[in-house]
Design a protein around this ligand. Sequence first.
Ligand code: FMN
Length: 378
Amino acid sequence: MPVEFLGIAYTNNSSETTARSGPSFDKDYTLKLARAHEDHGWDRVLFAYGSDTPIPTPAAAWLAAKVERLQILLAHRPNVSYPTYAARSFATLDHISDGRLTIHFITGGNDHEQRREGDTLTKDQRYSRTEEYIQIVKKVWTSKEPFDHEGEHYRFYDYVSDVFPVQRPRPGVSFGGSSPAAYAAGGAEADIYCLWGEPLADTAQQIESVWAAARAAGRTDRPRIQAAFRPIIAPTEELAWEKAHRTVEAIKARRATRRPPRGHAPEGPENTGAQRLIAIAARGERFDRALWTPTSAATGGEGNSNALVGTPETVAKALLDYYDLGVDIISARGYDLLGDAIDFGRYVIPIVREEVAKRDREGAERGPHLLEKIVAGI
Ligand SMILES: Cc1cc2nc3c(=O)[nH]c(=O)nc-3n(C[C@H](O)[C@H](O)[C@H](O)COP(=O)(O)O)c2cc1C
């Protein structure tokens, strides 16, 4: 199966190491970053969602009209709109983008952040709402007949849309989370299940949990797996490691001048995914071929934060280990968003694509059951 690459559609030039130099929605930068992805072999970019960020849906619509090939992964939190409205908004955006849209449904891993926009449910209740929400969105996208819905979180009657997505039967559904409630909801509804980059053994365990949840939900297919990393590449191993250490110092320096990230509980993150990253960083700094955890430790396990460090060849080999394990989609974002999107696209993506094509031609076996063999080969 061909591998896919997801980059980031950021609306300004800030990162964990760099303060932004322009407005929060910097149109010139947003377009430049997206074009850098489009021109350097990436498949898709993620518009993330935060309670204070520019709203991703109109930003994605604007961008979709400016780039030709790049696909869009739109993050969406169910608490901010009604599912029938959201489904039509996505269908409209699928038209604007000529069928280049996938939706990433965000349940929310932090109570404080959710409450900012009026969401007072607990995390497990939120997962139950997300599951119902996705079911409704799928039905609105595909139902030509009016229908009623009486669920735990939503009730409405005699609904039928008059705008259907370009993609048939419907756009893809992406989902993230690492708690049991997340596996259950995403295992049942997701086409793409997103994980943050962890050591191979931990990733194998998560893939198995997601696929087991899909089986338990009665599915005969299973979600494709996406894993996310922060690549730190340079022409030699030595230069890459120097860059990695400089990056961590820059993260620490920037955090020292800022207030603690808003909404983060002093006792640490509430979401299981981030707790896992912190526990992994406590186990060690280096894992497998190139995984490096100090970037994650320095940010307190803040989302996609584990690095892959080395030459493009080393990082490509590390990514191929994940491909062999069952990962179909690589999400990658450097600490210098623009420069790293170009370098990764130019030097890493072609190697991985070529090696994946070779494996596919040879009909190579893949999956988490190969963990021991993959680790032994490192
Ligand atoms: C690849 C990926 C991207 C995510 N993007 C966002 C985002 O843009 N905004 C957000 O609030 N949460 C985002 N999340 C967080 C998840 O949707 C989810 O709320 C959180 O991981 C749930 O925590 P859990 O691990 O305890 O289940 C993302 C998660 C993943 C894995």
